[in-house]
Design a protein around this ligand. Structure first.
Ligand SMILES: [Zn+2]
Length: 479
């Protein structure tokens, strides 16, 4: 790790992000432009994200499976909106085993088609429904402008695919998964999100409805953090996914799909990070606690290391994810900076005086300097660490929420609206017309993020054309 400071977040947010990803050793660039190498520390974070989501998926009756990477090109062409949406981004395999293939194969950009093909074989009767399958994999979309985690040619994600007997059940499933993503973002990642409905122009290619959770990043831009799609009968008709109902009548199924990707790591970085580096929410951090020993002489070293190892074992026994920094030849100051760069939420410092007094220093990553430091006894340290981690988790969420609130406005006129989306989110009435949405995009580069689900019907006028409008939407520039 370099000792150079990161570019300042307020001066160059984009370079701050790029440098942080590299220096915290989350990911690296790959030989193929636009691809990403996820380094062990980044992958450990992803594994924690996976586990928290997987637990929620299984608790709601979903099971995991694995479908192939390669899809016959004809599959992609079966659903007309799907092919129109994904064609420009497809990677196509034309040769295999040294010969030109009879039918080119597509590297999956998403798996609705190949899973639809299997569901058509597996589903016969209403007794086979609902079918609730998820898979953890990677997909390829030939993106032109890429950025580590946020937009890469290949990315990692989960994609859930379900089939149901009725449109009502499919809608309940779509909304349930949106709620799972919301709950995960808020309670695990400490990221406040807005659950809502996408406009038609921002819908997934082949969906009847797309819902998303949207989060505000540290520069005021939005990041679509997960999506859940009600696919209606579009894929069921394209792939003949049918079942015999209780009256013996053949019916098409109603399907859904939903996903959250490694993009979410980008959200964690951009919501919580500061000029010193990453700040990880304790519930997802690969290391929740780092113990840094401080000593000069060999005699001090022996005393301090003995106490430090004891602390590590006790915390590990209490199920904390804890690491003891035993590196030789690096100063405690270097180690502090290094773990700050990597966003470890809580640091325990222990030196000869602490050993003598039976205390340690707790230093919170979210509150740099004296403000975040406290002296606590070594006895009962697990309880003190648990309390500090819970306080960090809460303060990260509160801080992100107040930032979003401070950067969200309800502009009175279109002129104010244009200024508002330069700084953050505008929450405005929208008449529902695609023309207004497009004009806003042309004028400001802001897009309609979503229409929140929990809003009451109201009477207002469209921020763009002034026509009567019943619903509000969030508009923002987005990643
Ligand atoms: Zn309008």
């Amino acid at each position: 790790m370099s000792e150079l400071k990161l570019p300042s977040r307020s001066e160059d947010f984009s370079e701050w992000y790029n440098e942080l990803v590299l220096r915290a050793e989350l990911a690296d660039y790959a030989p193929v432009r636009g691809c990403m190498i996820v380094r062990p520390y980044g992958w450990a974070l992803w594994e924690n994200i996976q586990q928290s989501l997987d637990r929620r998926f299984k608790a709601t009756g979903h099971v995991n499976a694995a479908f192939p990477l390669l899809i016959p090109r004809s599959f992609i062409e079966k659903e007309k909106h799907h092919v129109a949406g994904f064609s420009p981004e497809l990677a196509v395999v034309t040769h295999g085993g040294g010969e030109e293939l009879e039918e080119p194969l597509v590297v999956r950009p998403t798996s609705e088609t190949i899973i639809g093909h299997s569901y058509a074989k597996w589903i016969q009767s209403y007794r086979d429904l609902p079918l609730l399958i998820n898979q953890w994999n990677s997909v390829v979309r030939w993106e032109l402008r890429t950025k580590l985690f946020l937009r890469t040619l290949e990315f990692f994600w989960q994609e859930g695919h379900t089939a149901h007997a009725t449109p009502e059940e499919a809608e309940v499933e779509t909304r349930q998964m949106l709620e799972i993503y919301r709950d995960f973002a808020v309670n695990e990642a400490a990221i406040p999100v807005i659950p809502g409905l996408k406009s038609e122009s921002e819908r997934f290619a082949g969906a009847d409805q797309t819902y998303s959770i949207e989060a505000m990043m540290g520069d005021g831009k939005a990041l679509q953090s997960a999506t859940s799609h009600n696919l209606g009968q579009n894929f069921a008709k394209a792939f003949e996914i049918r079942y015999l109902d209780k009256n013996g009548v053949l019916q098409h199924c109603w399907t859904t799909s939903w996903g959250l990707s490694t993009r979410f790591i980008g959200a964690i970085i951009m919501v919580h990070g500061d000029d010193q580096g990453l700040i990880l929410p304790p519930r997802l951090a690969p290391h929740q606690v780092v113990v840094v020993p401080i000593f000069k002489s060999d005699e001090e070293k022996n005393q301090v290391m003995e106490a430090a190892r004891k602390i590590r074992s006790e915390l590990a026994d209490s199920k904390f994810r804890v690491v003891l920094d035993e590196r030789e030849g690096t100063s405690p100051g270097f180690k502090f900076n290094d773990w700050e760069m990597r966003g470890v939420p809580l640091r325990i410092e222990i030196g000869p005086k602490d050993v003598a007094k039976g205390t340690v220093v707790l230093a919170r990553r979210d509150k740099p300097g004296k403000e975040g430091k406290s002296f606590v006894p070594q006895t009962g340290l697990s309880a003190a660490a648990a309390e500090a981690l819970a306080a960090i988790q809460k303060s990260l969420y509160d801080r992100a929420l107040s930032f979003r609130e401070a950067h969200t406005s309800d502009p009175a006129a279109y002129g104010d609206f244009k200024a508002a989306v330069e700084k953050g989110f505008a929450y405005s009435f929208w008449c529902g017309s695609a023309d207004c949405e497009q004009r806003i995009k042309d004028d400001t580069k802001a897009t309609l993020r979503n229409m929140p689900l929990d809003q009451p019907e109201d009477n207002g006028s469209c921020i763009c054309c002034g026509q009567p409008a019943r619903k509000r939407a969030y508009f923002a520039k987005a990643y």
